[in-house]
Design a protein around this ligand. Sequence first.
Ligand code: FE2
Length: 265
Amino acid sequence: MMIDIHNHMLPEVDDGAKTTEIALLMLQEAVNQGIGHLVLTPHLYEVDIIKSTANWKAKVEQGSQAVLSLIQEHHLPIKVSIAAEVRYQDLLPIILDELDVLIGGKYLLLEFPFHSVPNNLERIIYEITRKGIIPIIAHPERIKPWQRDPLALEVLINMSCPLQVDIGSFLGTLGPNSEKLANFLLERDAVHLVGSDSHNLDSRALYAKPGYDWLTARYGKEFADLMLKVNPGKILAGEPIGVYPVNLAPNRPSLIEKIAMIFKR
Ligand SMILES: [Fe+2]
């Protein structure tokens, strides 16, 4: 059974499932594609905290109750846990103190802004890890500064942060730049798990089974299992996963490529 630790199926909480009816269809799709456990991770932005953490808690609680009722009523063979996809923000300490956003009591699904990444990343990660929390970097392949400079991701991996790539990125449904960096990272053993990041039934669909099949065809069943079963399972259990040093220096052209470039001029 696959485990998806990143999706937006909680109804009426964020820009994911718009209604309970859509949430039901998304849950049924997850069952059909072979997912046994979903970690529901609604977006948590700074504005949510400014409004009030109590308001956030109430909204998530309501969505969770709706999902649990759907599972019971429709006898869906699937388990769910609730966490959040936390956008990096100054109020992060408040979130960690007041809200239950961790996966497996240990992991934080942390998303950086798409157009700018803080320059004190090492300090940020250090502050989180010294609380005993491991940040999972959500879809690094979709973040513009990292698309331009993948080498910047090395520091995160060296600090043992797992990188979570969206399935849609390597399947090509999230645009060519995300696809390119997803493949670059996969080729260099710099991906530690994948997630659906599913928001709906069409433009941001689940793609768990096609993603699993794509990984199997390209890298073998053992790797596909690692990405969608083994590592997500360990995260869910709060156990450590292997995050090893990698080389993300951009490829230098080979001698033959250099000669070809001369002749192309
Ligand atoms: Fe997400």
